[in-house]
Each structure stands twice: as C-alpha cells, then as structure tokens.
Design a protein around this ligand. Structure first.
Ligand SMILES: NC(=O)c1ccc[n+]([C@@H]2O[C@H](COP(=O)([O-])OP(=O)(O)OC[C@H]3O[C@@H](n4cnc5c(N)ncnc54)[C@H](O)[C@@H]3O)[C@@H](O)[C@H]2O)c1
Length: 253
C-alpha cells in the first residue's frame, strides 16, 4: 500500500533526491520547503514551524507513515539562522509529527545530521545544550558569537543527540527514529560553502577514503532504506554516509 511520507527540504538537493526515490517507489510525499513544495513554510521561525506541522497534518489527514527531516542551511549563512533551521526546525518537525506517526504500522523517521559533528573541533557544548533544551533565544545568542562552521556542527550534533535521546519515547510509540551523518555531497549548499572565502578552502581538505564527495542520491538511498521495513530493527542509529571520512579520522569507536 502507498505510504504517506513528509519530507522537508524537497525543493533542492538531498530532499529532492529523497522525494524522487520515494515517489518512484509509489509513496506519496508531502514536501515542506520555502518554495516548490506542498507545504510552503519557513522552518527558521516558531510560527513557520507551527504552520508547517499543521499543514502537514491537514494534508496527511492526521496519519503519516514516515518523515524525513532534511531541510537545512549551510555554514556560509548567518550562525543564528543556521541553528534556528538546522536544530529547531528539525526538532519541531520530529516532535510535532510524532503523534501522526504513532500507531501506523512500520512508521519511521530520519533526521539529517552531518559528519562535521565529529570532524569539527570547534563544536560548542553550550550551544548544543541550548538547542537540546529548546531555548532558541539562548542558542541564537551563543550562535551570534561563533563562526558559521561552529554553529553548523553544533546544530547538527544537537540533531544527532536528539535522535538518540528520543529512542525510548519513540520506541514506546512504535515509531523508529534514526539519523544520517553525511559528508560533503554535491548540492547548492556545498557549492555555496565552496564559494565562501573562509570556508571554501577547507571544504576539499577533508580526506575521503572513497576518493570523492558524494552525490545527493547516494545519501537519499540510505534514507530510503531507513524509512523502509528492511530497517525494521534499526532504531536510534546514526549512520555516517561520508565515503569513510569519520572512520578514517576516528577509527576506534
Ligand atoms: N551538501 C552537503 O555537503 C551536506 C553535508 C552534510 C549534511 N548536509 C545536510 O543535508 C541537508 C540537505 O542539504 P542540501 O545539501 O541538499 O542543501 P540544499 O541547499 O540543496 O537543500 C536544502 C533545502 O532546505 C530548504 N530550506 C532551507 N532553509 C529553509 C527554511 N528556513 N525553511 C524551509 N526549508 C528550508 C531549502 O530551500 C532547500 O530546498 C541539510 O540539512 C544539510 O545541512 C549537507
């Protein structure tokens, strides 16, 4: 039977690749984005997030089979925006849409983190904690003082931890929740990071054992898997999809 799956960030890059895979398999996708989506909403603001959740619930008639929280902005953008979209936007979708997933056989969600969480030594613990405690004002105040890469990696670490911390509640609800931590893959976000005067030179310095950055579809495929029944006993995992970078730099888990 066709599933109904909400996906944020479907206008571009990874979200679009996820949409294409799910639709090719016969699923119905409710896209959430700033443009070109069933639900047009700005995940950087509390109002926009509320509207996104409400509109998805209406479009899905209150029942979802899956959720992929993909929308995000890169480290080249203002740090406050980075934490608001990447952490608060993602967590609002997870928490706001859990009731619609609860009780649906095989329901699952995936949130997109980043391998910068283990690569970037500038992650700020206080910023991660502010994101996890839901204090957006405090998170934005800290973010305003740090560079974009620090805000980015901290926001993505908050997403990864949020996934793992929800494992009991979501398990009880019968909904699987996992994260993916991609390395650099071709997208508008990566192009913009490469074009940034400060970040650009760093982007391609990171060693990738498989020898090249990924394609969006190479990250979309494992997301599709994690949303499928083939992943029926995978819950609370963080899957690095990065051509081997995390394992190379951090071999001893
Ligand atoms: N490209 C990479 O190298 C890379 C690496 C690791 C993680 N990621 C993560 O993958 C995800 C997808 O990124 P991408 O590379 O496909 O980038 P992208 O820019 O191609 O796509 C991001 C999408 O998110 C949407 N979006 C941005 N801000 C939004 C907002 N306020 N409200 C609603 N939608 C918003 C954009 O409109 C866009 O459609 C992001 O979470 C990103 O952080 C990307």
């Amino acid at each position: 039977m066709a599933r109904t799956i909400a996906v944020s960030g479907t206008a571009s890059g990874l979200g679009l690749a996820v949409r294409r895979r799910l639709e090719a398999a016969g699923d119905r996708v409710i896209g959430i984005d700033l443009r070109d989506a069933e639900v047009i909403a700005d995940l950087s603001t509390p109002d926009g997030r509320d509207r996104a959740v409400e509109a998805v619930l209406v479009a899905a008639d209150g029942a979802l089979d899956g959720l992929a929280s993909v929308a995000g902005v890169g480290p080249h953008l203002p740090s406050e925006l980075v934490v608001s979209v990447n952490a608060f936007g993602a967590l609002a979708l997870l928490d706001g849409l859990l009731p619609a997933l609860t009780g649906r056989p095989g329901a699952a969600a995936v949130a997109v983190s980043s391998n910068s969480i283990t690569l970037d030594p500038t992650v700020r613990a206080d910023l991660v904690d502010a994101c996890l405690s839901g204090d957006e004002g405090a998170a934005r105040a800290i973010a305003a003082e740090v560079p974009g890469n620090t805000a980015y990696a901290s926001s993505k670490l908050a997403v990864a931890r949020a996934v793992r911390r929800r494992v009991a509640v979501w398990g009880e609800a019968g909904v699987r929740l996992n994260g993916v931590a991609p390395g650099p893959f071709a997208s508008a976000l990566l192009d913009a990071s490469r074009a940034d005067a400060t970040l650009g030179p760093l982007v391609d310095m990171v060693p990738i054992p498989l020898g090249h950055p990924g394609a969006a579809d190479e990250v979309a495929a494992p997301i599709e898997f994690l949303l499928s029944d083939a992943a029926s006993w995978i819950h609370g995992s963080l899957l690095f999809v990065d051509g081997g970078t995390d394992a190379l730099l951090r071999p001893d888990v």
